[in-house]
Design a protein around this ligand. Structure first.
Ligand code: 5AD
Length: 337
């Protein structure tokens, strides 16, 4: 059965028919869904959940993140680990520390170890060393380490990494350049390399950056569609102390939830996280993310001493524990993989 996205009964009919592959959406459709409220928004979320279920993606995947270094070369205006922040105490974990934390993740039955850091070339050597040792524990390795030369990505793969997150943050080249300080084209080239060398790609945007418009948010979704990622995320902006954007408001919760739901319709099989920033801006925010079609929660296994120094989502960031994740999944009526 075919539906037009602008059919007023579309969403309810869509839920009932439960097609796995949704109809294509144009800019107008995306704009309407991005801003919908009330009944229409509830129908959007129902449709997203129906697609998630039809695609067999309604079991929540847990990842265990270790924040291995907070050194960074980039100067993103939203991020507290930028080098201009002299208040930040810097650290780089050693291999044995990472492996000890890996054991805790493995002991909880979590099958993805997620290594995250600032863009820190000095971490590459120990990342090459640690990946095969994590793999030897029978778990997958997901990386989020920034823009690297193509051969570095290839070496991560050779070492045993299978996926990599590199968010485009915003699809507007001007906005990206102004806020991140480097060209968006470079970012997209890296994303292409990540796929070419054989890793799964995760990408996504931040919602609530200064100068962003609804049109750029629509373009973000279209860019994500072009990139055909395996994982996709939308995260609300969190103002961070000691950054140029520290006095801005947090990103809009409803826009973020709608963006997650649209992504689920467009990417039925994708892993879509309900990011910790959702919980930071609103209690129960991650559960709302799951209700909007997300299916991943990332548990933070960084030991407290290090964690307090890894303040990408502000000093008082919400730290996702295993208990919180399990409770959130239960309240959303889902189960954990
Ligand atoms: N608000 C929202 N997202 C942020 N990130 C970093 N800082 C912030 C912030 N203040 C996200 C970026 C980056 C990822 C590691 O964290 O999207 O790619």
């Amino acid at each position: 059965m075919a539906f037009a996205w602008n059919d007023s009964n579309f969403m309810n009919a869509y839920c009932e028919s439960r097609p796995v592959i949704p109809q294509p959406m144009d800019k107008e459709d995306i704009l309407r869904l991005l801003t919908c409220q009330g009944e229409e928004q509830q129908a959007l979320f129902r449709a997203a959940r129906a697609v998630r279920q039809a695609a067999g993606m309604d079991v929540v995947k847990l990842r265990g993140v270790i924040e291995i270094s907070n050194y960074c070369q980039k100067s993103c205006d939203y991020c507290a680990i930028r080098p201009q922040n002299k208040e930040m105490v810097r650290y780089r974990m050693d291999v044995e520390t990472i492996l000890a934390i890996t054991e805790e993740i493995v002991a909880e039955g979590i099958t993805t170890v997620f290594l995250q850091a600032g863009q820190d070339p000095k971490s590459d050597a120990f990342v090459y060393e640690v990946i095969p040792r994590i793999r030897a524990r029978g778990v997958n390795v997901l990386l989020n380490l920034g823009e690297k030369p193509r051969e570095t990505y290839a070496r991560y793969v050779a070492a045993g990494a299978d996926s990599y997150i590199l968010k485009f943050e915003t699809s507007s080249p001007d906005l990206y350049q102004a806020i991140v300080g480097t060209p968006l084209a470079k970012r997209l080239e890296c994303a292409r390399w990540i796929k070419e060398v054989g890793m799964k790609l995760g990408t996504g945007n931040i919602i609530g950056l200064p100068g962003q418009t609804l049109d750029t948010l629509v373009e973000d979704i279209l860019l994500a569609r072009e990139m055909q990622p395996d994982f996709v995320s939308s995260s609300p902006f969190i103002p961070n102390e000691n950054t140029p954007l520290e006095h801005l408001d947090v990103g809009d919760l409803q826009l973020t939830l709608n963006s997650i739901a649209i992504c689920r319709l467009l990417f039925p099989y994708a892993l879509i996280p309900a990011v910790s920033a959702l919980e930071k801006i609103s209690k129960g925010g991650q559960q709302m993310g799951l209700n909007a079609g997300a299916n991943v929660l990332t548990i933070n296994f960084t030991p407290k001493d290090f964690r307090d120094k890894y303040a990408i989502y502000s000093k008082e960031r919400f730290v996702v524990s295993l208990d919180h994740a399990r409770a959130t999944v239960g309240t959303a009526g889902l189960r954990v993989r």
